[in-house]
Ligand binder design. Structure first.
Ligand SMILES: [Zn+2]
Length: 331
């Protein structure tokens, strides 16, 4: 796998690690904040190999004597927190809801089993090997947050003020965004995906769109998404439009009495935002939105949701069906 060897400079003391690979799962962005001898990291990578690559790149820009003393996890998905154990002694901050959500999230052992212990000729096993087989889950020690908050939390890294703002439930139960007011930077976590369809596990989509609205109100110059390249507010507005278009199409299918599966397949077949990768994620987000429309507030079965996406991708792949013809996004 091609990992960046350098961090991307954003502002004085602010660098991003952008292991961008569209059409993939798990290559999440991280943000390094350093001032004087203090340093903080927003999100940690998915496995030891990725985290060591990030640390090597970080060493080149960290001031002498500085080490990461604070880790912020934007949410509890493993691709944003499985690297926590590489920062021994660091305070690890997330929302209270994110800590609660950890127990429903597949841990490293379960990810290893799903990737290597499921039948390779069945959709889930095939899909997991294809998209997660290059990660090393064995031996990862899950380190939960050591400090949690609800609403807002303020900290400073040396001279740099940092605001944590809870915006979940949205992508997951406990999402937060990180705002650096002096630098005009927002680290959005998985509220924002650029280049691929997002997979939202909690929803509703109106919650994700509201979180985008919260970011826009901060008027940042720079937005670091959870996945994909760094963007500005114009791209974030486009993304909010995507979320609203998706919400409209799903609610329409629901109102017609169509199943979640039928609605999602219709979206994929008709090339909904077909320039984005991983169309199979529409199966997940649609099923999640239906849960809200149906008033189902039981805990979502994340593996069953992943299986919906895997089954769609498996059958498309084995039928030799190419990605749908791109159509212009609605304006
Ligand atoms: Zn992610």
């Amino acid at each position: 796998m091609n990992l960046p060897t350098k961090l991307t400079p954003i502002a004085d003391g602010i660098h991003a690690w952008i292991p961008h690979a569209s059409g993939s799962w798990g290559f999440a962005n991280c943000l390094l904040i350093a001032s004087g001898t203090r340093a903080a990291l927003v999100d940690t990578p998915y496995d030891g190999h990725l985290t060591r690559a990030l640390l090597a790149a970080a060493t080149a820009v960290l001031p002498a004597g500085a080490r990461v003393e604070t880790v912020v996890n934007t949410h509890a998905n493993g691709d944003h927190c499985f690297g926590n154990s590489h920062f021994p002694g660091a305070e690890i901050i997330s929302t209270r809801a994110s800590l609660d959500h950890l127990c429903t999230e597949p841990g490293p052992g379960q990810m290893h089993h799903l990737t290597h212990g499921t039948p390779a000729d069945q959709p889930l096993g095939w899909y997991m090997r294809r998209h997660f087989g290059h990660y090393q889950y064995r031996g990862i020690q899950l380190v939960p947050p050591t400090r949690t908050f609800t609403g807002h939390h303020q900290l400073s890294v040396g001279a740099i003020p940092v605001e944590l703002i809870e915006v979940g439930p949205a992508h997951t139960m406990g999402d937060l965004i990180v705002h650096l007011p002096d630098q005009g930077v927002v680290c959005a976590g998985d509220i924002v995906f650029i280049g691929d369809h997002p997979a939202h596990w909690q929803g509703p989509l109106s919650g994700v769109a509201a979180a985008c609205e919260t970011i826009l109100r901060l008027e940042p110059q720079t937005i670091v998404p959870g996945h994909g390249p760094i963007v500005g507010t114009a791209e974030l507005r486009d993304h909010r439009q995507y979320l609203q278009d998706l919400e409209g199409a799903i609610h329409d299918g629901h109102a017609k009495g169509h199943s979640a599966q039928r609605t999602a397949e219709q979206l994929a077949r008709t090339g909904f935002y077909a320039h984005l990768g991983l169309e199979e994620r529409l199966m997940i987000t649609t099923a999640v939105e239906y849960r809200h429309l149906d008033g189902d507030d039981s805990a979502p079965d994340l593996i069953a949701l992943a299986n919906r996406a895997a089954t769609w991708a498996f059958h498309r792949h084995h039928a030799g069906i190419p990605a749908p013809t791109p159509v212009p996004a609605a304006s």
